[in-house]
Design a protein around this ligand. Structure first.
Ligand code: UGA
Length: 447
Protein backbone atom coordinates (compact mmCIF):
# COMPACT_ATOMS: atom_id res chain seq x y z
CA UNK A 1 0.00 0.00 0.00
CA UNK A 2 1.23 3.50 -0.82
CA UNK A 3 2.70 5.46 2.07
CA UNK A 4 0.62 8.13 3.71
CA UNK A 5 2.41 11.37 4.27
CA UNK A 6 1.79 14.38 6.46
CA UNK A 7 3.45 17.78 6.17
CA UNK A 8 3.59 19.98 9.26
CA UNK A 9 3.96 23.68 8.54
CA UNK A 10 2.66 24.94 5.20
CA UNK A 11 4.91 27.91 4.44
CA UNK A 12 7.18 27.98 1.42
CA UNK A 13 8.82 24.71 2.17
CA UNK A 14 5.80 22.83 3.51
CA UNK A 15 3.22 23.91 0.94
CA UNK A 16 5.61 23.02 -1.87
CA UNK A 17 6.62 19.73 -0.28
CA UNK A 18 3.00 18.73 0.31
CA UNK A 19 2.01 19.46 -3.28
CA UNK A 20 5.09 17.65 -4.59
CA UNK A 21 4.37 14.55 -2.47
CA UNK A 22 0.83 14.46 -3.89
CA UNK A 23 2.29 14.83 -7.38
CA UNK A 24 4.51 11.82 -6.67
CA UNK A 25 1.34 9.81 -5.98
CA UNK A 26 1.10 9.79 -2.17
CA UNK A 27 -1.93 10.58 -0.05
CA UNK A 28 -0.96 13.76 1.79
CA UNK A 29 -2.36 15.62 4.79
CA UNK A 30 -0.94 19.08 5.52
CA UNK A 31 -1.22 20.82 8.90
CA UNK A 32 -0.66 24.39 9.95
CA UNK A 33 -1.51 26.25 13.15
CA UNK A 34 -2.60 29.39 11.25
CA UNK A 35 -6.30 28.99 10.32
CA UNK A 36 -6.17 31.55 7.45
CA UNK A 37 -3.39 29.62 5.76
CA UNK A 38 -5.31 26.35 5.97
CA UNK A 39 -8.47 27.96 4.62
CA UNK A 40 -6.56 29.38 1.64
CA UNK A 41 -4.83 26.10 0.90
CA UNK A 42 -8.12 24.21 1.04
CA UNK A 43 -9.36 26.52 -1.71
CA UNK A 44 -6.19 25.78 -3.69
CA UNK A 45 -4.73 29.24 -3.08
CA UNK A 46 -1.11 29.88 -2.13
CA UNK A 47 -0.31 32.43 0.60
CA UNK A 48 2.77 33.64 -1.31
CA UNK A 49 3.96 34.14 -4.89
CA UNK A 50 5.77 31.08 -6.15
CA UNK A 51 5.69 30.24 -9.86
CA UNK A 52 3.84 27.00 -10.60
CA UNK A 53 2.87 26.21 -7.01
CA UNK A 54 -0.77 27.20 -7.23
CA UNK A 55 -1.24 25.08 -10.35
CA UNK A 56 0.35 22.08 -8.64
CA UNK A 57 -1.82 22.52 -5.54
CA UNK A 58 -5.00 22.84 -7.56
CA UNK A 59 -4.08 19.67 -9.38
CA UNK A 60 -4.24 17.73 -6.11
CA UNK A 61 -6.25 19.53 -3.40
CA UNK A 62 -9.37 17.52 -2.53
CA UNK A 63 -12.63 19.22 -3.42
CA UNK A 64 -11.25 21.13 -6.39
CA UNK A 65 -12.84 20.11 -9.65
CA UNK A 66 -10.69 17.76 -11.66
CA UNK A 67 -8.09 17.34 -8.89
CA UNK A 68 -6.57 14.01 -7.86
CA UNK A 69 -7.98 14.63 -4.36
CA UNK A 70 -4.76 13.27 -2.84
CA UNK A 71 -3.97 16.44 -0.86
CA UNK A 72 -5.96 17.60 2.16
CA UNK A 73 -5.35 20.11 4.95
CA UNK A 74 -6.25 20.11 8.61
CA UNK A 75 -5.48 21.78 11.93
CA UNK A 76 -6.08 18.62 13.93
CA UNK A 77 -2.94 16.99 15.38
CA UNK A 78 -4.75 13.78 16.30
CA UNK A 79 -5.86 13.36 12.68
CA UNK A 80 -2.29 13.90 11.51
CA UNK A 81 -0.89 11.38 14.01
CA UNK A 82 -3.49 8.83 13.00
CA UNK A 83 -3.07 9.37 9.24
CA UNK A 84 0.64 9.41 8.53
CA UNK A 85 3.30 6.76 8.02
CA UNK A 86 5.83 9.53 7.40
CA UNK A 87 5.54 13.00 8.95
CA UNK A 88 7.60 15.83 7.47
CA UNK A 89 8.27 18.75 9.80
CA UNK A 90 8.63 21.88 7.66
CA UNK A 91 8.14 24.75 10.11
CA UNK A 92 10.40 27.79 9.98
CA UNK A 93 13.39 28.56 12.17
CA UNK A 94 13.84 32.35 12.10
CA UNK A 95 16.66 34.31 13.70
CA UNK A 96 16.06 34.99 17.40
CA UNK A 97 15.30 38.57 18.25
CA UNK A 98 18.47 40.37 19.27
CA UNK A 99 20.66 37.26 18.86
CA UNK A 100 22.42 35.36 16.10
CA UNK A 101 21.02 32.00 17.20
CA UNK A 102 18.04 30.44 15.51
CA UNK A 103 14.64 30.27 17.15
CA UNK A 104 13.70 26.62 17.57
CA UNK A 105 10.35 27.28 19.22
CA UNK A 106 8.25 26.32 16.17
CA UNK A 107 10.16 23.09 15.65
CA UNK A 108 9.93 22.23 19.33
CA UNK A 109 6.22 23.03 19.40
CA UNK A 110 5.62 20.82 16.34
CA UNK A 111 7.31 17.85 18.00
CA UNK A 112 5.51 18.42 21.31
CA UNK A 113 2.15 18.55 19.51
CA UNK A 114 2.70 15.63 17.15
CA UNK A 115 4.50 13.06 19.29
CA UNK A 116 1.66 12.30 21.76
CA UNK A 117 -0.50 11.30 18.77
CA UNK A 118 1.90 8.70 17.41
CA UNK A 119 0.35 5.43 18.53
CA UNK A 120 1.82 3.17 15.86
CA UNK A 121 4.93 2.85 13.69
CA UNK A 122 5.85 6.25 12.21
CA UNK A 123 8.84 8.08 10.80
CA UNK A 124 9.12 11.76 11.69
CA UNK A 125 11.35 13.57 9.21
CA UNK A 126 12.78 16.98 10.05
CA UNK A 127 13.22 19.29 7.06
CA UNK A 128 13.61 22.62 8.85
CA UNK A 129 17.07 24.22 8.92
CA UNK A 130 18.28 23.65 12.48
CA UNK A 131 21.46 23.99 14.54
CA UNK A 132 23.55 20.82 14.47
CA UNK A 133 22.65 18.61 17.44
CA UNK A 134 18.93 19.39 17.26
CA UNK A 135 18.03 16.05 15.68
CA UNK A 136 19.66 14.09 18.48
CA UNK A 137 17.78 16.15 21.07
CA UNK A 138 14.47 15.84 19.20
CA UNK A 139 14.89 12.07 18.77
CA UNK A 140 15.13 11.73 22.54
CA UNK A 141 12.06 13.92 23.01
CA UNK A 142 10.13 11.86 20.46
CA UNK A 143 10.99 8.63 22.29
CA UNK A 144 9.78 10.18 25.54
CA UNK A 145 6.50 11.55 24.24
CA UNK A 146 5.29 9.08 21.61
CA UNK A 147 3.02 6.29 22.88
CA UNK A 148 4.50 4.14 20.09
CA UNK A 149 7.91 4.33 21.81
CA UNK A 150 10.74 3.10 19.60
CA UNK A 151 8.36 2.55 16.71
CA UNK A 152 8.19 6.32 16.32
CA UNK A 153 11.54 7.19 14.81
CA UNK A 154 13.30 10.33 13.61
CA UNK A 155 15.22 11.12 10.42
CA UNK A 156 16.70 14.40 9.16
CA UNK A 157 16.26 15.40 5.53
CA UNK A 158 17.35 18.98 4.81
CA UNK A 159 15.73 20.91 1.99
CA UNK A 160 17.62 22.85 -0.66
CA UNK A 161 14.83 24.51 -2.62
CA UNK A 162 15.23 28.06 -3.88
CA UNK A 163 12.39 30.52 -3.80
CA UNK A 164 11.22 31.17 -7.33
CA UNK A 165 12.20 27.60 -8.34
CA UNK A 166 10.59 25.79 -5.41
CA UNK A 167 8.41 23.42 -7.44
CA UNK A 168 11.16 22.31 -9.82
CA UNK A 169 13.72 22.01 -7.00
CA UNK A 170 11.33 19.82 -4.99
CA UNK A 171 10.23 17.53 -7.82
CA UNK A 172 13.71 17.22 -9.31
CA UNK A 173 16.13 17.78 -6.41
CA UNK A 174 19.84 18.03 -7.30
CA UNK A 175 20.47 15.80 -4.29
CA UNK A 176 18.53 14.15 -1.48
CA UNK A 177 20.29 14.00 1.85
CA UNK A 178 18.99 11.83 4.67
CA UNK A 179 20.33 11.53 8.19
CA UNK A 180 19.11 8.23 9.62
CA UNK A 181 19.71 5.88 12.51
CA UNK A 182 18.20 2.69 11.10
CA UNK A 183 17.77 0.71 7.92
CA UNK A 184 14.04 1.01 8.32
CA UNK A 185 14.22 4.82 8.20
CA UNK A 186 16.46 4.71 5.13
CA UNK A 187 14.15 2.25 3.41
CA UNK A 188 11.08 4.41 4.05
CA UNK A 189 12.81 7.51 2.70
CA UNK A 190 14.00 5.62 -0.37
CA UNK A 191 10.37 4.72 -0.94
CA UNK A 192 9.24 8.34 -0.55
CA UNK A 193 11.87 9.58 -3.00
CA UNK A 194 11.82 6.60 -5.41
CA UNK A 195 10.64 8.72 -8.37
CA UNK A 196 13.33 11.45 -8.24
CA UNK A 197 16.01 8.86 -7.39
CA UNK A 198 15.05 6.79 -10.43
CA UNK A 199 15.20 9.98 -12.48
CA UNK A 200 18.79 10.50 -11.32
CA UNK A 201 18.76 12.54 -8.09
CA UNK A 202 21.71 11.41 -5.95
CA UNK A 203 20.64 9.94 -2.59
CA UNK A 204 23.15 10.61 0.18
CA UNK A 205 22.74 8.64 3.41
CA UNK A 206 24.44 9.92 6.53
CA UNK A 207 24.11 10.47 10.28
CA UNK A 208 22.10 13.19 12.03
CA UNK A 209 24.80 15.80 12.60
CA UNK A 210 26.17 15.54 9.06
CA UNK A 211 22.69 15.90 7.54
CA UNK A 212 22.07 19.02 9.62
CA UNK A 213 25.49 20.41 8.71
CA UNK A 214 25.07 19.79 4.97
CA UNK A 215 22.34 22.39 4.88
CA UNK A 216 24.08 25.13 6.86
CA UNK A 217 27.40 24.56 5.16
CA UNK A 218 25.81 24.68 1.69
CA UNK A 219 24.17 28.02 2.46
CA UNK A 220 27.42 29.30 4.00
CA UNK A 221 29.30 28.37 0.85
CA UNK A 222 26.75 30.17 -1.34
CA UNK A 223 26.90 33.26 0.88
CA UNK A 224 30.69 33.14 0.70
CA UNK A 225 30.64 33.05 -3.09
CA UNK A 226 28.42 36.12 -3.25
CA UNK A 227 30.45 38.06 -0.70
CA UNK A 228 33.66 37.03 -2.47
CA UNK A 229 32.54 38.57 -5.73
CA UNK A 230 31.23 41.63 -3.91
CA UNK A 231 34.61 42.05 -2.24
CA UNK A 232 36.13 41.91 -5.74
CA UNK A 233 33.62 44.57 -6.77
CA UNK A 234 34.94 46.81 -4.03
CA UNK A 235 38.48 46.29 -5.29
CA UNK A 236 37.33 46.93 -8.88
CA UNK A 237 35.80 50.23 -7.70
CA UNK A 238 39.14 51.25 -6.22
CA UNK A 239 41.24 50.05 -9.16
CA UNK A 240 38.98 50.98 -12.10
CA UNK A 241 38.28 47.34 -12.92
CA UNK A 242 35.08 45.68 -14.12
CA UNK A 243 33.70 43.02 -11.79
CA UNK A 244 31.28 41.60 -14.38
CA UNK A 245 34.12 40.83 -16.77
CA UNK A 246 36.17 39.54 -13.88
CA UNK A 247 33.38 37.15 -12.80
CA UNK A 248 32.95 35.96 -16.38
CA UNK A 249 36.65 35.31 -16.72
CA UNK A 250 37.20 33.46 -13.42
CA UNK A 251 33.92 31.58 -13.97
CA UNK A 252 35.40 29.82 -16.98
CA UNK A 253 37.55 27.91 -14.53
CA UNK A 254 35.32 24.91 -13.85
CA UNK A 255 36.59 24.68 -10.29
CA UNK A 256 35.18 28.15 -9.66
CA UNK A 257 32.12 28.11 -11.93
CA UNK A 258 29.97 30.95 -13.18
CA UNK A 259 27.01 30.57 -10.85
CA UNK A 260 26.45 32.74 -7.78
CA UNK A 261 29.06 35.24 -8.88
CA UNK A 262 26.69 38.10 -9.63
CA UNK A 263 28.05 41.17 -7.88
CA UNK A 264 25.62 43.74 -6.56
CA UNK A 265 23.83 44.78 -3.40
CA UNK A 266 24.23 41.32 -1.94
CA UNK A 267 22.18 38.50 -0.52
CA UNK A 268 19.04 38.74 1.58
CA UNK A 269 15.89 36.71 2.17
CA UNK A 270 14.74 34.39 4.90
CA UNK A 271 17.63 31.92 4.60
CA UNK A 272 21.20 32.92 3.77
CA UNK A 273 21.59 35.82 6.26
CA UNK A 274 20.01 34.05 9.25
CA UNK A 275 21.58 30.69 8.43
CA UNK A 276 25.16 31.96 8.49
CA UNK A 277 24.49 33.78 11.77
CA UNK A 278 22.86 30.77 13.40
CA UNK A 279 25.76 28.63 12.18
CA UNK A 280 28.29 30.96 13.84
CA UNK A 281 26.25 30.97 17.04
CA UNK A 282 26.07 27.17 17.10
CA UNK A 283 29.77 26.74 16.36
CA UNK A 284 30.43 29.05 19.32
CA UNK A 285 28.36 26.82 21.60
CA UNK A 286 30.32 23.80 20.38
CA UNK A 287 33.66 25.50 21.01
CA UNK A 288 34.41 25.65 17.28
CA UNK A 289 33.79 29.37 16.80
CA UNK A 290 37.23 29.96 15.26
CA UNK A 291 36.33 27.72 12.35
CA UNK A 292 33.54 30.06 11.35
CA UNK A 293 34.86 33.53 12.17
CA UNK A 294 35.23 34.06 8.41
CA UNK A 295 31.44 34.06 8.17
CA UNK A 296 31.39 37.25 10.22
CA UNK A 297 33.39 38.85 7.41
CA UNK A 298 31.06 37.35 4.79
CA UNK A 299 28.13 38.90 6.65
CA UNK A 300 29.78 42.29 6.96
CA UNK A 301 30.89 42.42 3.29
CA UNK A 302 27.28 41.63 2.45
CA UNK A 303 25.75 44.28 4.68
CA UNK A 304 28.33 46.83 3.44
CA UNK A 305 27.02 46.55 -0.14
CA UNK A 306 23.73 48.11 0.89
CA UNK A 307 25.51 51.14 2.35
CA UNK A 308 27.69 51.34 -0.72
CA UNK A 309 24.68 51.48 -2.98
CA UNK A 310 23.39 54.40 -0.91
CA UNK A 311 26.76 56.17 -1.24
CA UNK A 312 26.95 55.49 -4.98
CA UNK A 313 23.52 57.10 -5.28
CA UNK A 314 24.57 60.10 -3.22
CA UNK A 315 27.70 60.53 -5.33
CA UNK A 316 25.77 60.22 -8.60
CA UNK A 317 23.40 62.93 -7.41
CA UNK A 318 26.34 65.27 -6.87
CA UNK A 319 27.15 64.44 -3.24
CA UNK A 320 25.65 65.89 -0.08
CA UNK A 321 22.15 65.43 1.14
CA UNK A 322 19.25 63.45 -0.33
CA UNK A 323 16.82 66.16 0.76
CA UNK A 324 14.44 67.03 -2.02
CA UNK A 325 15.88 64.37 -4.36
CA UNK A 326 13.44 62.06 -6.12
CA UNK A 327 14.66 58.51 -6.13
CA UNK A 328 12.89 55.75 -8.06
CA UNK A 329 13.53 52.22 -6.82
CA UNK A 330 12.84 49.28 -9.14
CA UNK A 331 12.56 46.17 -6.99
CA UNK A 332 11.53 45.37 -3.43
CA UNK A 333 11.68 41.57 -3.24
CA UNK A 334 14.98 40.04 -2.06
CA UNK A 335 15.28 38.39 -5.45
CA UNK A 336 13.24 38.13 -8.66
CA UNK A 337 10.30 35.72 -9.06
CA UNK A 338 9.46 36.06 -5.39
CA UNK A 339 7.24 38.35 -3.33
CA UNK A 340 9.44 37.78 -0.29
CA UNK A 341 10.85 41.00 1.19
CA UNK A 342 12.45 39.49 4.29
CA UNK A 343 15.84 41.13 4.79
CA UNK A 344 15.63 42.46 1.25
CA UNK A 345 18.69 44.45 0.18
CA UNK A 346 16.49 46.47 -2.20
CA UNK A 347 14.12 47.63 0.54
CA UNK A 348 17.01 48.25 2.88
CA UNK A 349 18.60 50.65 0.37
CA UNK A 350 15.22 52.31 -0.31
CA UNK A 351 14.64 52.69 3.43
CA UNK A 352 18.08 54.18 4.10
CA UNK A 353 17.68 56.83 1.39
CA UNK A 354 14.17 57.62 2.59
CA UNK A 355 15.37 58.02 6.18
CA UNK A 356 18.01 60.46 4.93
CA UNK A 357 15.39 62.69 3.38
CA UNK A 358 15.12 61.32 -0.17
CA UNK A 359 11.68 61.05 -1.78
CA UNK A 360 11.70 57.38 -2.61
CA UNK A 361 9.10 55.68 -4.81
CA UNK A 362 9.22 51.89 -5.06
CA UNK A 363 7.79 49.49 -7.60
CA UNK A 364 8.05 45.70 -7.60
CA UNK A 365 6.09 43.27 -9.82
CA UNK A 366 5.03 41.00 -6.93
CA UNK A 367 6.44 42.28 -3.65
CA UNK A 368 4.33 45.43 -3.21
CA UNK A 369 1.92 44.21 -0.52
CA UNK A 370 4.66 42.71 1.61
CA UNK A 371 6.86 45.79 1.12
CA UNK A 372 4.04 48.14 2.13
CA UNK A 373 3.49 46.14 5.30
CA UNK A 374 7.19 46.27 6.21
CA UNK A 375 7.93 49.87 5.12
CA UNK A 376 4.62 51.73 5.15
CA UNK A 377 6.31 55.14 5.03
CA UNK A 378 7.86 54.63 1.57
CA UNK A 379 5.89 55.75 -1.48
CA UNK A 380 4.74 53.03 -3.87
CA UNK A 381 3.80 53.19 -7.55
CA UNK A 382 1.75 50.73 -9.58
CA UNK A 383 4.24 50.37 -12.42
CA UNK A 384 7.85 51.00 -13.32
CA UNK A 385 6.94 53.98 -15.46
CA UNK A 386 4.91 55.56 -12.62
CA UNK A 387 7.75 54.95 -10.17
CA UNK A 388 10.30 56.77 -12.32
CA UNK A 389 8.09 59.76 -13.17
CA UNK A 390 10.01 62.92 -12.29
CA UNK A 391 12.92 60.95 -10.80
CA UNK A 392 16.39 62.43 -10.41
CA UNK A 393 17.83 58.93 -10.32
CA UNK A 394 16.56 55.39 -11.00
CA UNK A 395 17.92 52.53 -8.87
CA UNK A 396 17.64 48.99 -10.24
CA UNK A 397 17.73 46.80 -7.11
CA UNK A 398 15.97 43.49 -7.91
CA UNK A 399 16.67 41.95 -11.31
CA UNK A 400 13.16 41.08 -12.48
CA UNK A 401 12.89 40.20 -16.17
CA UNK A 402 10.29 42.98 -16.42
CA UNK A 403 13.01 45.53 -15.58
CA UNK A 404 15.53 44.07 -18.01
CA UNK A 405 12.90 44.36 -20.73
CA UNK A 406 12.03 48.00 -20.03
CA UNK A 407 12.57 50.37 -22.94
CA UNK A 408 15.09 52.96 -21.69
CA UNK A 409 13.86 55.44 -24.30
CA UNK A 410 10.29 55.31 -22.99
CA UNK A 411 11.45 55.58 -19.38
CA UNK A 412 13.72 58.46 -20.37
CA UNK A 413 10.66 60.52 -21.34
CA UNK A 414 9.27 60.21 -17.80
CA UNK A 415 12.29 61.04 -15.63
CA UNK A 416 13.81 64.41 -14.75
CA UNK A 417 17.36 63.12 -15.18
CA UNK A 418 18.44 60.11 -17.20
CA UNK A 419 20.57 58.58 -14.50
CA UNK A 420 20.33 54.85 -13.74
CA UNK A 421 22.28 52.93 -11.10
CA UNK A 422 22.29 49.18 -11.51
CA UNK A 423 22.54 47.50 -8.11
CA UNK A 424 22.34 44.04 -9.68
CA UNK A 425 24.60 44.36 -12.70
CA UNK A 426 21.77 43.01 -14.80
CA UNK A 427 20.78 45.79 -17.19
CA UNK A 428 22.39 46.25 -20.58
CA UNK A 429 24.61 49.36 -20.21
CA UNK A 430 24.79 49.89 -23.98
CA UNK A 431 21.03 49.94 -24.45
CA UNK A 432 20.59 52.52 -21.69
CA UNK A 433 23.43 54.72 -22.92
CA UNK A 434 22.08 54.65 -26.46
CA UNK A 435 18.86 56.12 -25.05
CA UNK A 436 20.81 58.95 -23.47
CA UNK A 437 21.16 57.61 -19.95
CA UNK A 438 24.13 57.81 -17.64
CA UNK A 439 24.58 54.19 -16.51
CA UNK A 440 26.55 53.26 -13.41
CA UNK A 441 26.83 49.86 -11.72
CA UNK A 442 28.56 48.56 -8.60
CA UNK A 443 32.08 47.35 -9.19
CA UNK A 444 32.25 48.80 -12.70
CA UNK A 445 33.39 52.41 -12.39
CA UNK A 446 34.46 52.62 -16.03
CA UNK A 447 32.20 50.07 -17.72
C1 UGA B 1 18.81 29.80 -0.65
C2 UGA B 1 19.64 28.68 -1.26
O1 UGA B 1 20.06 29.04 -2.57
C3 UGA B 1 18.82 27.40 -1.33
O2 UGA B 1 19.62 26.34 -1.83
C4 UGA B 1 18.33 27.06 0.07
O3 UGA B 1 17.54 25.89 0.09
C5 UGA B 1 17.50 28.21 0.60
O4 UGA B 1 18.31 29.40 0.62
C6 UGA B 1 17.04 27.88 1.99
O5 UGA B 1 17.88 27.79 2.90
O6 UGA B 1 15.86 27.58 2.17
P1 UGA B 1 16.95 31.47 -1.62
O7 UGA B 1 17.03 32.17 -0.30
O8 UGA B 1 15.61 31.15 -2.20
O9 UGA B 1 17.72 30.06 -1.54
O10 UGA B 1 17.67 32.39 -2.67
P2 UGA B 1 19.03 32.41 -3.51
O11 UGA B 1 18.72 32.15 -4.92
O12 UGA B 1 20.06 31.58 -2.86
O13 UGA B 1 19.43 33.95 -3.37
C7 UGA B 1 19.77 34.49 -2.11
C8 UGA B 1 20.19 35.93 -2.24
O14 UGA B 1 21.46 36.02 -2.87
C9 UGA B 1 19.25 36.82 -3.06
O15 UGA B 1 19.08 38.05 -2.37
C10 UGA B 1 19.99 37.02 -4.36
O16 UGA B 1 19.68 38.23 -4.97
C11 UGA B 1 21.43 36.99 -3.90
N1 UGA B 1 22.41 36.60 -4.93
C12 UGA B 1 22.36 35.36 -5.49
C13 UGA B 1 23.41 37.49 -5.32
O17 UGA B 1 23.49 38.63 -4.82
N2 UGA B 1 24.31 37.10 -6.26
C14 UGA B 1 24.28 35.88 -6.82
O18 UGA B 1 25.15 35.59 -7.68
C15 UGA B 1 23.28 35.00 -6.44
Amino acid sequence: MALKITVIGTGYLGATHAAAMAELGFEVLGLDVVPEKIEMLKRGEVPMYEPGLEELLRKHVAGIEGSSGRLRFTMDWAEVGEFGDVHFVCVNTPQKHGEYACDMSYVDAAFESLAPHLHGPALVVGKSTVPVGSAERLAARLAELAPAGEDAELAWNPEFLREGFAVGDTLHPDRIVVGVRSERAEKLLREVYATPVTAGSPFVVTDFPTAELVKTSANSFLATKISFINAMAEVCEAADGDVVKLAEAIGHDERIGKKFLRAGIGFGGGCLPKDIRAFMARAGELGADQALTFLREIDSINMRQRGQMVELTREALGGGSFLGKRVAVLGAAFKPDSDDVRDSPALNVAGQIHLQGGQVTVYDPKGMDNARRLFPTLAYADSAIEAVRGADVVLHLTEWREFRELDPAVLGEAVTTRLVLDGRNALDPEAWRRAGWTYRAMGRPTA
